[in-house]
Write a protein that binds this ligand. Structure first.
Ligand code: BGC
Length: 385
């Protein structure tokens, strides 16, 4: 029997055994008697959303390798941003006897059925970076401080515009500065945290006239980008340029929540004749923010095309996921550092939040290269090896 089939058989027997004796709730820890098992006999299902964005590839690789270093078997699956594919992958992990699930959802509201099946089989579920909503069967959440991400993006926008100085103090630049706002995918809980965090910083300046949004599109529903897609953002930016800037109105800044979206925005701007050189280009590229420190965008930042990004060290997130997984499998509860913020609609999910760092061109060396996240050669090439 192959190792996989053997594990599936063990899982099935364990699940039947638990059903028979009633079991405990998922997350009660060690309900499947994983606490006494050899890690090599335990399989962790890792469900990631897509390979079209580097960050999720890095997340998948980091989680897998760190779990394997801890001795566990890993079943890592990517779902190509397709909700039915992800549901089916998780169903299969459960049928094959996974002992724990780590899930970065595509649509945070679409997995209640899978999570119920996991709970019925006593499988703890860790929500990875994106909160799974509308289910009581989410046992733990590892993520970054998502509200702080939004605040940092807005602060970086203001710094790029010269409204704030490097220390974060208000300058005497009075504006008004014209900006446009982009948000992420509305089925991702994080999109709301990023946008609300950003508006927490920007709204007072919109109210006092320092910032103006010429399109008038200031609601998250208007600013949203389904599945965080670059092409969708590019097309919205094209529409904004045609609708609000063809009369010579200057665009000073764009709040973008993710590097892929930023690249879509920048492509639209470049196609419309905006360029990086403030002196010789009639229409200077506006200040554009980002998130994830994707290598293509780090190069754009180095080249002065994109202004900033927010670095979230996925190595540390993977480490937290692995720490939480180990705790559950050893029969303990993982340690949370936030038990108030992340209400998934049914319960407040105990969470571990990691800090984030803003990266401008001057920070690439100290934050991304010195930490070993990228090499200078990768930044120069705009791609990883
Ligand atoms: C993540 C971001 C990422 C976005 C798009 C969000 O859930 O927190 O880091 O940029 O998804 O992939």
């Amino acid at each position: 029997m192959s190792k996989k089939l053997r594990l599936a058989a063990i899982g099935a027997v364990a699940a039947v055994g638990l059903t028979a004796c009633g079991g405990g709730g998922a997350g009660s820890g060690g309900g499947n008697d994983t606490a006494n098992a050899d890690p090599g006999d335990l399989t962790i299902g890792v469900a990631m959303p897509t390979q079209t964005s580097e960050r999720w590839i890095a997340d998948g690789n980091n989680v897998k390798s760190q779990l394997e270093d801890a001795g566990y078997q890993v079943d890592l699956q990517y779902a190509n941003d397709d909700i039915p594919t992800q549901s089916q992958q998780i169903d299969q992990m459960i049928t094959e006897g996974a002992d724990l699930l780590i899930i970065a959802a595509i649509d945070g509201t679409a997995l209640s059925g899978q999570l119920q099946a996991a709970a019925d089989a006593n499988i703890p579920v860790i929500s990875y970076d994106r909160l799974i909503r509308d289910s009581e069967n989410v046992d733990f959440y590892v993520t970054f401080d998502n509200f702080a991400v939004g605040q940092a993006q807005a602060t970086a926008l203001l710094t790029g515009l010269g409204v704030l100085d490097e220390s974060g103090n208000r300058t005497d630049a009075a504006g008004p500065f014209n900006i446009e706002l982009f948000a992420g995918s509305l089925d991702d809980n994080n999109a709301f945290f990023f946008f609300n965090g950003a508006m927490d910083v920007l709204q007072p300046l919109i109210d006092d006239g320092t910032l103006v949004v010429p399109s008038g599109q200031t609601d998250i529903e208007q600013a949203a980008t389904l599945r965080w897609q670059q092409e969708t953002a590019q097309s919205r930016m094209e529409t904004l340029l045609t609708g609000s800037y063809n009369n010579g109105t200057v665009l000073n800044g764009v709040l973008s929540p993710y590097d892929g979206i930023s690249r879509g925005i920048i492509t639209a701007l470049q196609n419309a004749g905006y360029g990086p050189n403030l002196d010789s280009t009639p229409r200077a590229l506006p200040v554009v923010t980002g998130q994830d420190a994707e290598i293509a965008s780090v190069k754009l930042i180095q080249d002065g095309v994109q202004s900033s990004t927010i670095f979230k060290d996925t190595r540390n997130l993977a480490e937290q996921a692995v720490t939480a997984a180990k705790a559950f499998l050893e029969g303990d509860e993982p340690e949370a550092n936030d038990t108030e913020t992340y209400d998934n609609g049914v319960k407040v999910v105990p969470s571990y939040l990691l800090p984030v760092q803003t990266v401008f061109a001057a920070d690439i060396q100290s934050v991304l290269i010195d930490s070993g996240y990228y090499t200078q050669a990768e930044v120069d090439a705009g791609q990883t090896d």
